[in-house]
Write a protein that binds this ligand. Structure first.
Ligand SMILES: C[S@@+](CC[C@H](N)C(=O)[O-])C[C@H]1O[C@@H](n2cnc3c(N)ncnc32)[C@H](O)[C@@H]1O
Length: 221
């Protein structure tokens, strides 16, 4: 059985923006990013806390729009991707972003934010009800009384929840043209509302395989 890790290793960080199970849709369509930008408070009224950075698909558009952001992720590998993207941005955008590599639950600061954003389904990736509540309480403490909290609520394919056990196979290409076949085994536990993904990514030519397990706690009935 695959080891369940929450921080993304360099393989997941590299494929994140191209895989249909991760950031592909967010990279190609701007409706989610636009929702955040449309609902954030005045950029001159304070800083934004982002939980979590992932590959910066929201961080960079917010910084381009003039927001100052403290962005947290426990994975050095995803921050490396973001730094690569930041290298192509003007200095004023780069200066708006502070990357903090730490566990979101351990993050300590005296600063009170005007907005907290939880994109890329991070609240679901905290696959435990108590911890989800703990994270929301932490946001409440770090947020100004009139602050804004924006959260992604991921809605998975309904039939996977009702079927309980589904196997899929699909493929995608990275920007560099590498082709991956991805075998996914979905397993639902309706008692604790968890959706487990066992992924095997196979590099098309080399046949090299990468194994990962990710667990979500879904929040709807
Ligand atoms: C947003 S979550 C998962 C959701 C993602 N959309 C997906 O499809 O898997 C993935 C990111 O959360 C980060 N992460 C996971 N647990 C974390 C924690 N406790 N604190 C900070 N970052 C965390 C990982 O390193 C990764 O960059």
């Amino acid at each position: 059985m695959n080891e369940i890790k929450t921080d993304y290793d360099s393989f997941l960080a590299e494929i994140y923006d191209y895989s249909p199970y991760f950031g592909k849709e967010r990279r190609e369509k701007d409706y989610a990013t636009q929702f955040y930008l449309d609902n954030l408070p005045d950029k001159n009224k304070g800083k934004i806390l982002e939980l979590v950075t992932c590959t910066g698909l929201l961080t960079i558009p917010m910084a381009r729009a003039g927001y100052k952001i403290d962005s947290i992720d426990v994975s050095p590998a995803v921050h490396e991707i973001v730094r690569r993207k930041m290298a192509n941005e003007p200095k004023k955008v780069i200066n708006n972003i502070t990357l903090k590599c730490c566990n979101a639950f351990d993050y300590q600061t005296e600063y009170i934010y005007s907005a907290i954003v939880i994109p890329d389904s991070f609240l679901h990736a905290v696959a435990d009800k108590q911890l989800q509540e703990e994270l929301l309480k932490k946001c409440y403490k770090l947020l100004d009384d009139k602050g804004t909290l924006i959260i992604d609520i991921f809605v998975p394919w309904e039939d996977i929840i009702s079927k309980g056990d589904v196997k899929q196979c699909t493929r995608f290409r990275t920007e560099q043209g590498e082709l991956y076949i991805v075998y996914t085994h979905h397993l639902i536990n309706s008692n604790n509302q968890t959706h487990r993904f066992d992924f095997v990514h196979e590099a098309y030519k080399s046949k090299k395989k990468f194994y990962h397990t990710i667990v979500y706690r879904y929040m709807y009935l």
